[in-house]
Write a protein that binds this ligand. Structure first.
Ligand code: ZN
Length: 73
């Protein structure tokens, strides 16, 4: 994403500056703990689309351990 564009973007809630997570393609507001999605280099600065970072990602149900079953020797 264009870093000049990033400089212009602020959080719609707190008007603070944002951090771009290139790996996740998200713009992060550290104050509100929200991550705004970036689609095709277009930041979607909508609170409705923002991901609440206070919710632990690893709270999602993990796959059944049976999937890692080892072949019998
Ligand atoms: Zn904010």
């Amino acid at each position: 994403m264009d870093s000049r564009l990033l400089d212009l973007l602020v959080c719609p809630i707190c008007k603070g500056s944002l951090q771009f997570d290139a790996a996740a393609q998200e713009l992060i507001c550290p104050r509100d703990k929200l991550a705004y999605p970036v689609r095709d280099d277009i930041p979607l600065m909508l609170v409705d689309l923002a991901r609440d970072m206070t919710l632990p990602a690893d709270a999602m149900p993990s796959p059944a351990p049976a999937a890692t079953a080892e072949p019998a020797a």
